[in-house]
Design a protein around this ligand. Structure first.
Ligand code: UDP
Ligand code: MG
Length: 316
């Protein structure tokens, strides 16, 4: 009998969990012939999420859980899930029912046909999302696909069912600065894209503020592209070229018209502009250096303070 593991990252989801448990148990009961493991990852929630998870795990034999010592972020929660999932098929599923559990039987069927190694989901619209957020998200996907070799589909969710082979590769990719959508695309394998209409959050609020998303998108770009570094060096080349032309122009002008002290304002403008460009490029390098620093420290991705069984890896 094949085993399906579902990883559910939870951060302050006490209001969503009862509904999620109800929905997912329906799916589990409907899929006879498969063994299930639902792995809740409590990502340092400040509400009663852990209590809810404990209760669910007492009620249902197929539920396991681990709870982080603090909030490590969704990426760490997913990684902890992948490290501890034991299924032949593994999927990540949000606790807010935005990743419809009802799609799971279809997804499993597609994998069983043997043509694909993973079934990824993508929402075809962003109904219910603030337009400004949708706009920036679209721009981000366009940009990252242009400048990196991580093949990321617009509207892609982290909800995807993968075969064990793929999960093993993901676990082996132990990078600290994680951007899962990029990792999924980067490792390759044959992926089927399953489109669905956007579903709004069942309860509670999104955990992603605009700034958090901006930071996450910079993480994504720095993880998968060196284009910003190249752009910085090209800006350097361009500025050097312009200044060479300017120098020649000034020398020739002096030789022809003599020396007159003029152009204070334009001088200051150029200085401030060049200073700005330099700081910007230093900042770009700093982004990469900072990530490199984090990687070299090799700190764990997550620390578990409580878990359902002794099989769970406590530090990973
Ligand atoms: N999440 C998490 N840690 C965090 C933030 C979010 O584990 O620091 C979980 C959250 O509980 C949910 C999923 O990640 O199950 C997606 O979060 P959310 O619904 O807030 O994101 P959105 O759907 O708005 O992009
Ligand atoms: Mg959500």
């Amino acid at each position: 009998m094949k085993k399906i593991s579902l990883i559910v990252p939870c951060y302050n989801e006490e209001t969503c969990l009862p509904a999620f448990d109800r929905e997912i148990s329906k799916v589990v009961e409907g899929m006879q012939g498969y063994e299930f493991e639902i792995l809740y990852v409590n990502d340092g929630s400040k509400d009663n999420t852990l209590k809810e998870i404990r209760q669910i795990s007492e009620r249902r034999g197929y539920v396991r859980y681990l709870s982080f010592s603090r909030n490590f972020g969704k990426e760490a929660a997913m990684y902890a899930g992948f490290c501890n999932a034991t299924g032949d098929y593994v999927a990540v599923m949000d606790a807010d029912l935005q990743d419809p559990p009802g799609l799971l039987p279809d997804m499993v069927k597609i994998l069983e046909e043997g043509e694909y190694d993973s079934v990824a989901t993508r929402r075809v619209n962003r109904a219910g999302e603030p337009p400004i957020r949708s706009f920036f998200a679209k721009m981000f996907y366009k940009l990252i696909n242009k400048i990196s070799d991580a093949d990321i589909v617009d509207g892609a969710r982290d909800y995807r069912l993968m075969k064990r082979e793929m999960v093993d590769v993901i676990v082996a990719m132990g990078e600290r600065n994680r951007f899962s959508k990029g990792i999924f695309g980067w490792i390759g394998f044959r992926t089927y894209w399953y489109a669905f209409e956007n579903v709004e959050r069942a309860a509670g609020e999104t955990k992603w503020s605009f700034w958090k998303l901006l930071k996450y998108s910079i993480d994504g770009i720095v993880s998968f592209s060196q284009a910003p570094l190249n752009i910085a060096s090209w800006i350097g080349v361009l500025c050097t070229g312009i200044s060479a032309i300017a120098i020649i122009f000034i020398i020739v002008r002096k030789l022809i018209f003599g020396d007159d002290v003029q152009g204070w304002a334009s001088n200051m403008c150029v200085m401030i502009f060049i200073g700005g460009v330099q700081l910007f490029c230093l900042g770009v390098i700093g982004q990469y250096l900072g990530k490199t620093y984090a990687e070299t420290k090799k700190r764990p991705h997550y620390i578990v303070s409580e878990c359902s069984d002794s099989q769970i890896k406590k530090i990973g």
